[in-house]
Design a protein around this ligand. Sequence first.
Ligand code: PMP
Length: 353
Amino acid sequence: MSRFLSGKLSKLEAYVPGEQPRDRRYIKLNTNESPYPPPQCVIDAVGMAEMEALRLYSDPECKILKEGIAEEYGVLPENVFISNGSDEILNFAFMAYGGRGAVFPDITYGFYSVFADLYGIDAETVPLREDFTVDTEAFCGRNSLVVIANPNAPTGIALTPEEVEKIIASNPDGVVIIDEAYVDFGAESVYKLYEKYDNLLTVRTYSKSRSMAGARLGFAFADRKIIEDLEKIKYSTNPYNINRLTQAAGAAALKDSGYFRKNCEKIAETREYTAECLKKLGFTLTPSAANFLFAKSGDIGGEELYVRLREKGILIRHFTSERIKDYNRITVGSRDEMDAFLRAVCEITGGKL
Ligand code: PMP
């Protein structure tokens, strides 16, 4: 740290992304990416013409992409915000709406507390219940910035739309962010509720279900006035936040939504298969509606399992916080990848399938 860093940033603990080691080939089950490539139409869209056009700035309004998303989801373009990964929307929303404090679960996406610290927001964390479900009552009547990932990460547990609506309805004077990064794998979205609630901001991403984590593309739905706030911040920080290649790829991806839905189904099937096998091997699991499993071995600690799998070329995510240190988050890969993972688990634990 230099002596020039402003005081309020000196104590900031940055978000630590999942590791991306390059020392050998790994089966990557640690950052919830898709095991499947983007559809051919995306690959075709990012062709030579688009490369040559890189000398020009990208469209700051993301017009074609925004209209495409609006059409795909049956909303108006004025209700859509587009960002450089959904992390950027979360960043802007904490910046914009954290003035009266923020509240989110104690176990959830780690970036929320980093954004709260970054902006000096008074943040309260509400413990998940013993079974790792969200205590919805505790989020009602807050009227500050309420942030819920649905399904939650790293547990994968989803709330029903009724439970989510109750939280939105009971916080009319605070923005409620519903982070639906994983919703396509088995939960129900509430994005259309912005028509009824002007405090709802639903955040989505191309990173998981649409196989485009490397493109860095997120989007959100909300009342026009919230979108205007987010646009104001975007134009005050980085107007060209979505590069040309990503805009082209994102618009093209909408032309083959059948492909992405089929992949989501395959991933959900593989998730259930892997969960059953892990149960047979004595693991405890939460009921995940996402593209990952949250699992604890009956034989071996979370860190040890992570380390021993890593030695065998398989990466999973281990967390150090006390409450979940014996759990690991395992991204659902292809069936072959999950079979390799299960074989390695058997070798390590002495289990048999
Ligand atoms: N929300 C949740 C719950 C996540 O797990 C992630 C991925 N790490 C994100 C948002 C951000 O995803 P991206 O910026 O790639 O859209």
